[in-house]
Design a protein around this ligand. Structure first.
Ligand SMILES: *[C@@H]1O[C@H](CO)[C@@H](O)[C@H](O)[C@H]1NC(C)=O
Ligand SMILES: *[C@@H]1O[C@H](CO)[C@@H](O)[C@H](O)[C@H]1NC(C)=O
Ligand SMILES: *[C@@H]1O[C@H](CO)[C@@H](O)[C@H](O)[C@H]1NC(C)=O
Ligand SMILES: *[C@@H]1O[C@H](CO)[C@@H](O)[C@H](O)[C@H]1NC(C)=O
Ligand SMILES: *[C@@H]1O[C@H](CO)[C@@H](O)[C@H](O)[C@H]1NC(C)=O
Ligand SMILES: *[C@@H]1O[C@H](CO)[C@@H](O)[C@H](O)[C@H]1NC(C)=O
Ligand SMILES: *[C@@H]1O[C@H](CO)[C@@H](O)[C@H](O)[C@H]1NC(C)=O
Length: 433
């Protein structure tokens, strides 16, 4: 166990000897807590590789509120990556984090009777230890076992570290999402949350309270459809999307483990990836969203297309015209567009217009069939009178997404997007555009 406050040299013998004695009597490694070695305010434990520290901290100089958190040990700018009791501060300058006999972590106030916070969702373990791992995960496990009875990675705060799962355990209903701090000095839950929505084809949404402020688009095999910049990430990060009957999650791993990066939601609702620069020593903004007008959720409404390179930014998909031409002319595109010519489903004359370099429209109510080719996808869409459009689920070929609702939150880029096919009546197929 490492003491945070160094002992003044002259007082060393008199005052500090007892601490050293009690510290050295502990047989545990300095990355571990046991039942017999609770962590007090001022103590810390450090991961074996020295990268992460866990201890109490008080972010607001005008308050006694203490929190148990994890921060980087080797990053010169104090940066918290996890907070245990963000909404349950220890309103005191003394207190402890301890491990109960069954493996529950508890934060208690100084008199040890008031439990301020305890870990939830833990399974019972016989001989529990709590350990801060090299990747920043704080875990509870049996001393002789590798199974985690509880882990901080399952209860993220505002930060996604390499190796963390972002998303759902479908069995337990656990939803790992990121919620911003309320302010720079207050880690309590603020209004902004980034969460994986598993309806339809899964996508991330950034929420401000109950309002959606940004949509990532679905995973398209190579990247998230709304993040073409991820194409340029491959040399640094390995992005992954996993979907099976037990779990749905996104995560990223580092190709170069010495690289320091994190994804956060900041206090004003910006989702961002930051990277640590050694020279000069600071965090650099690598990517953020929402970034531009087309990142708003559906600025051009149903069947509208947002294109930053156009002025005005809203256009209609070929075969559609503005629903409310007055508002459209006044640069309010949110009303979207309507068909020029009704579909002719039963006669089988409908066709498709290609929208290339697209961010796929909202997939919340689309259906995916990974067994279909693009040709089969087209046939499936034509065969269903409610089908409004289709696309390959994976950009490198394969899989079929079908929409049977209006297409919303559609945007295009000059490059980095993907092909989307929108159903229109035969009369609107060949129009000059
Ligand atoms: C400690 O606990 C006592 C009650 O047991 C309380 O009165 C006091 O404010 C607490 N804090 C400190 C710093 O002693
Ligand atoms: C562990 O013990 C605490 C009391 O010390 C209790 O509140 C908690 O529910 C127990 N947890 C499990 C998983 O049994
Ligand atoms: C998901 O939750 C279930 C039930 O709590 C648990 O048994 C399982 O290990 C969890 N899966 C993962 C991958 O964490
Ligand atoms: C984020 O996760 C928490 C804990 O699982 C959950 O209570 C909350 O509803 C989630 N928020 C969103 C927007 O998904
Ligand atoms: C959040 O990030 C955005 C984009 O970089 C920035 O403009 C804003 O100032 C940040 N907010 C805070 C509270 O740091
Ligand atoms: C099908 O074609 C016939 C003849 O061209 C036309 O009268 C009819 O309106 C079409 N049906 C639909 C649903 O458009
Ligand atoms: C059309 O597709 C939707 C969504 O997949 C489905 O619910 C509906 O049953 C289909 N209709 C027909 C006639 O196949």
């Amino acid at each position: 166990m490492r003491r945070l406050s160094p002992c003044p040299f002259l007082l060393l013998l008199l005052l500090c000897a007892p601490f050293f004695l009690s510290s050295s009597s502990l047989s545990t490694a300095s990355d571990t807590l046991t039942q017999d070695s609770p962590l007090s305010v001022g103590d810390t434990i450090v991961s074996a590789n020295g990268d992460f520290v866990l201890g109490f901290f008080a972010p607001n100089p005008n308050s006694n509120n203490h929190y148990v958190g994890i921060w980087y040990n080797k990053v010169a700018v104090l940066t918290y990556v996890w907070v245990a009791n963000r909404n349950d501060p220890l309103a005191d300058i003394t207190g402890t984090l301890s491990l109960t006999a069954n493996g529950t972590l508890v934060i208690t106030a100084n008199d040890s009777t008031v439990v301020v916070w305890s870990s939830t969702g833990s399974s019972t373990v016989g001989n529990p230890v709590a350990q801060i791992l090299d990747n920043g995960n704080f875990v509870v496990k049996d001393a002789k076992d590798q199974f985690f009875a509880w882990q901080s990675f399952d209860h993220p705060t505002d930060t996604l570290l390499p190796g963390m799962k972002f998303g759902w355990n479908l069995t337990s209903g656990l939803n790992r999402n990121l919620t911003a701090w309320a302010s720079l000095t207050d880690p309590s839950s603020g209004p902004y949350t980034l969460s994986l929505d598993i309806k339809g084809d899964p996508q991330m949404f950034l929420w401000s309270g109950s309002t959606q402020t940004w949509r990532s688009g679905p995973w398209n095999g190579a990247r998230l459809s709304g993040m073409p910049i991820m194409n340029t990430y491959r040399m640094y990060f390995k992005g992954q999307f996993v979907q099976n009957q037990h779990e749905v999650y996104l995560k990223y791993d580092l190709k170069d483990p010495s690289f320091i990066t994190r994804v956060i939601v900041n206090q004003t609702g910006s989702t961002q990836r930051l990277v640590w620069l050694d020279q000069p020593k600071r965090w650099k903004l690598f990517w953020y969203a929402p970034e531009d007008q087309c990142d708003d959720v559906s600025p051009c409404g149903p069947m509208g297309v947002c294109n930053l390179d156009d002025s005005p930014i809203c256009d209609c998909v070929q075969g559609f015209v503005p629903k409310n031409p007055t508002n459209w002319a006044l640069r309010d595109g949110t009303g979207g567009c309507i068909r020029k010519t009704p579909l002719d489903c039963r006669n089988g004359t409908d066709g498709f217009v290609l929208v290339s370099e697209a961010k796929l429209p909202d997939t919340s109510s689309s259906t995916v069939d990974m067994s279909l080719s693009l040709e089969q996808c087209r046939a499936k869409c034509l065969g269903n009178c409610s089908c409004t459009g289709y696309a390959n689920a994976y950009v490198n070929g394969g899989g079929c997404i079908i929409w049977t609702t209006q297409l919303t939150d559609l945007r295009v880029w000059t490059s980095g997007g993907q092909d989307l096919y929108v159903r229109v009546a035969a009369a609107d197929l060949s129009e000059y555009k």
